[in-house]
Each structure stands twice: as structure tokens, then as C-alpha cells.
Design a protein around this ligand. Structure first.
Ligand code: M6R
Length: 364
């Protein structure tokens, strides 16, 4: 049932182009974003004063990406919370708040509890869910399904990618309704969206190079992932992927925050993975990379084609194709998933079923 792949995780990584296309295709009609399941009138969308995205683990990383996109495009303030924290902090929300709960399984106990708490307080709850008919799908006011298909590996890949797409669609929809996205901008974004599946496929096909590189780092003790803005969100996901399946300690940091403490952990040979997909932040990122490199770090960079300037501050560079800056997460995550995967394979770990973890966490 692994379809010739060695692990479910690899198979599911390879299913990402399809998961991405299946999630956006039914929601694009005649050059417009149409999300019928949203069940909200234009007036109701204009009435949203605040969005709260609540989720756990990788799904919460989608929330951090979503915050940048929703705020950037639709100019609606967004808060992101880990579901396990949300319920105990007496959150401020009312009927003008849209709570978005994100969950692959639709059964995560903390996320479900956060959903119930939100409804009790009068907010509208939208679920971004992968498993059809799951508890979260049943209890949310509205459900936008990610059409990734069943995901078996504990480490999420294709569901995560489909969740990102859902965030893009929502942000574009809200921006359209609020008159913040012109027809030309929409058309160009849709073109970039439609190009993603083939671009993801191309990045997946670079797996041998990433495997070779990963094999040099099988004994790594600590790995730091750094990025700014939306690239910080993807760094969190890259870091979680690595630690959960390879058992190598890793952390994600907002690149500018590193020198407020964590940089003291960088020593000769420490691997630092830098993600820089946002042009206006290239220079700042390169100087952060130089900071760690002068302290002996080995720097791996993920950046957009054409940013060859990065080569002076990195030891190993992976280029991703040009896309809309808001969509770059969908491409940058692919080499990071492959890197985590091959490190785990090289270390002989149980990739699909890492120790101490369950596919869905149904206890609080
Ligand atoms: O089923 P959910 O999306 O609600 O699960 C949330 C997290 O448990 C999940 O994303 C977890 O962090 C993954 N193992 C990460 O790969």
C-alpha cells in the first residue's frame, strides 16, 4: 500500500502536487475564488474584526503563515494560538471574531476543546480539516476541507501543504471581498497558484542531492532553523519535521532574535538552516547568516532562484523557483521535508512511526 515507496512519508511527500491542486481547483471559478463551504455572505466577511487561528503542532505553523497572508492581503488582525494554551488564557473573542481551527485528523483533543470554547463565547468557527466527518468537521460552523486524502505517516507533509493552500484561498477571498485585490493581482496570483504543483514536483525530484547532503549531517547534535517574517513560520515547520522523526535537537528562531541568547549555542560545525524567500529581507538574513558563520556554523540556505548573493554567506544553497512571495512557503518546505526524511532514514529511525508520538493526539 506504500505504492513502491520505502515509507508512507515519502509517498505522501510525492502526493503533494496532487493535494495542492485538489485543494485549490474546486475553489477557482472563472478567475475568482469561490469557497461555498465558507457559508458567509460578503457582509459577514466585511464584519470580521479579528481572526484567531487555533491549532497544534504543524497545523499551528500553518496558522503563523496564515497570519502573514491574511493580515498582508486582507488587513484583518490575526492572532495565532496553540490550542493547548488558548482555552486557559481567557481569550477575548465575540461574534465579530472568526476562529479558524486547523487540523488534519479533526480529532485533536485540544483543538476540539478550543473550538467548543470559541462557540460558547459566541464566535463563528471555521474548520480547515482533512478527515471528512471527523469531530472537528462535525462541530465547526463551517468546514473547508483540505483534499489531501488519507495521511498515514505521523509526520504531516501533504496535509500541511494542503492547509497552506486553504489559507492562501481564504486570504485572497477576504481580500477580494474587502476590495483589496484587483483583478490583475488576482489573475497573477492564480497563475502562481496553478504553477505550484509542477514546481513542487520539480523540487521533489532533487531528492538525491538532498540525500547526499543529509548524509553528511547524520551525527548533528543541534540544528537551528532561522528565517524572518513568513520564513520564520516555515522554519518552525522545518525544525519540527527534523526533530520529530530524526530525534536530533532542533530549534527555529526568528533570525533577528538569535543574538539575544541562542547564538551562544553555535559552535564549530553547528548546522544552521536559513530560509530567505522574501526579497526585502535578503540583506538582513545574509547578515544573520554571516553572524553564525563567523562563529563556525555550517550554513544551508533555501532561497529563490536568482539570489546568488546568498552564496557568499552559505555553504550549501537550495534554490526554489520564483512565485508570489506569499506562496513561497509551499516551495521552501519541500527541501526541508526531504532533509528531515533523509536524516531520519540515514540514522535508521522509524520514519513513519517515531517514538512517543501518535498520528492523532486525542488526549489533552
Ligand atoms: O491532526 P492535527 O492536524 O490536529 O494534528 C496536529 C499535530 O499533532 C500534528 O500536526 C503534529 O505536530 C505532526 N506530527 C507534525 O508532523
Amino acid at each position: 500500500e506504500k505504492g513502491g515507496y520505502e515509507h508512507f512519508m515519502l509517498k505522501e511527500m510525492y502526493e503533494q502536487p496532487k493535494a495542492i491542486a485538489d485543494t485549490f481547483s474546486p475553489r477557482i471559478k472563472d478567475g475568482r475564488i469561490v469557497i461555498e463551504e465558507l457559508g458567509m455572505s460578503e457582509e459577514e466577511i466585511r464584519d470580521i474584526q479579528k481572526i484567531m487561528i487555533v491549532a497544534c503542532g504543524s497545523a499551528s505553523h500553518v496558522g503563523y503563515s496564515g497570519k502573514y497572508i491574511l493580515e498582508g492581503l486582507a488587513r484583518i488582525p490575526v492572532e495565532v494560538d496553540m490550542a493547548s494554551e488558548f482555552r486557559y488564557r481567557n481569550p477575548i473573542l465575540d461574534e465579530h471574531t472568526l476562529v479558524i481551527v486547523v487540523s488534519q485528523s479533526g480529532e485533536t483533543a485540544d483543538t476540539l476543546a478550543a473550538l467548543r470554547e470559541s462557540k460558547k463565547r459566541g464566535a463563528r468557527v471555521l474548520g480547515i480539516v482533512n478527515v471528512v466527518g471527523s469531530s472537528i468537521a462535525r462541530e465547526a460552523d463551517n468546514v473547508m476541507y483540505t483534499w489531501a486524502g488519507p495521511e498515514i505517516a505521523v509526520a504531516t507533509t501533504k496535509a500541511y501543504s494542503a492547509q497552506l493552500i486553504s489559507m492562501y484561498l481564504l486570504a485572497m477571498k477576504f481580500a477580494q471581498v474587502k476590495g483589496r485585490l484587483s483583478e490583475e493581482e488576482t489573475a497573477s496570483m492564480l497563475e502562481d497558484l496553478k504553477a505550484l504543483p509542477a514546481q513542487v514536483e520539480m523540487l521533489l525530484n532533487n531528492k538525491e542531492n538532498i540525500q547526499k547532503f543529509a548524509n553528511r549531517y547524520l551525527a548533528a547534535k543541534d540544528v537551528f532553523f532561522i528565517g524572518r517574517g513568513i520564513d520564520h513560520a516555515i522554519s518552525m515547520e522545518g525544525s519540527l519535521k527534523l526533530k520529530e522523526i530524526s530525534y536530533i535537537h532542533s530549534e527555529a528562531y526568528a533570525a533577528g532574535e538569535l543574538k539575544h541568547g541562542t547564538i551562544s549555542l553555535v559552535e564549530e560545525g553547528t548546522l544552521v538552516a536559513a530560509v530567505l524567500t522574501q526579497k526585502e529581507l535578503y540583506k538582513k538574513m545574509i547578515s544573520n547568516m554571516e553572524e553564525v558563520r563567523t562563529r563556525g556554523a555550517f550554513v544551508m540556505a533555501v532561497t529563490c532562484e536568482g539570489n546568488t548573493e546568498v552564496e557568499r554567506a552559505a555553504d550549501y544553497v537550495i534554490y526554489i523557483p520564483e512565485t508570489n512571495p506569499y506562496f513561497a512557503n509551499s516551495l521552501a518546505i519541500i527541501p526541508l521535508q526531504l532533509f528531515a526524511y533523509y536524516i531520519a532514514v540515514g540514522r535508521g529511525c522509524d520514519v513513519d512511526k517515531p517514538r512517543n508520538l501518535a498520528k492523532s493526539v486525542t488526549v489533552e
